[in-house]
Design a protein around this ligand. Structure first.
Ligand code: SF4
Length: 186
């Protein structure tokens, strides 16, 4: 295992131009803090499931506990495309020895909290989690996860690093079959 912790990161935070509008959301300050202690494992759910760059903006719609991913202009339902990809990708990530994940704030795919979920008539109903973030949290419930907004201040950033290091240490100590990433998906 690497001395550095392995962190999954939403690809756009690394400066990759994978966003729906063809841009990125490079977070230099965050990466400068994490890079000395971490190896990054980039993940972009929307591009990796086969959507183009640029692409339509998307919203979460329907049941806040299990929302659908809907393209805003065409109304195309992309939920199945994303969840089918996620099932395969989460299996791959289970063998990546991840010790944490940094998600992009505010994304209907990557957002950890407070993502607007719209009613089918277009009205705003409640907030929920992005589709990939929710599936990731269900699969890797013990893994430290945070979004870049939650890591803006020095104290939570340091706390996140320490939790990731503690997770790495516990994973080294734990027999392979008992590692959280080895637990079956419920
Ligand atoms: S927020 Fe997630 S899905 Fe959207 S561009 Fe960034 S990595 Fe890709």
């Amino acid at each position: 295992m690497d001395a550095k912790v392995r962190l999954g990161v939403s690809r756009c935070l690394l400066g990759e131009r994978v966003r729906y509008d063809g841009g990125h959301k490079l977070d230099r300050d965050l990466l400068a803090t994490l890079a000395p202690v971490a190896v990054f494992v980039p993940v972009c759910p929307e591009v990796e499931c086969g959507l183009p760059v640029p692409r339509e903006a998307m919203n979460l719609c329907g049941d806040p506990a299990a929302p659908r991913l809907i393209a805003t202009a065409t109304g195309l339902d992309l939920t199945e495309k994303l969840t089918a990809w996620a099932a395969r990708r989460l299996d791959e990530l289970a063998s990546e020895n991840l010790c944490g994940f940094v998600f992009k704030t505010g994304s209907p795919s990557c957002g950890l909290t407070c993502i607007k979920v719209y009613r089918d008539n277009g009205g705003f109903a409640e907030t929920g989690m992005g589709i990939f973030a929710r599936l990731f949290r269900e699969r890797f419930a013990l893994l430290p996860c945070q979004d870049e907004l939650g890591l803006r201040a020095a104290a939570p950033r340091q706390d996140f690093i320490e939790r990731a290091l503690a997770f790495q240490h516990a994973s080294i100590e734990r027999p392979k079959g008992l590692r959280p990433e080895a637990l079956p998906n419920e």
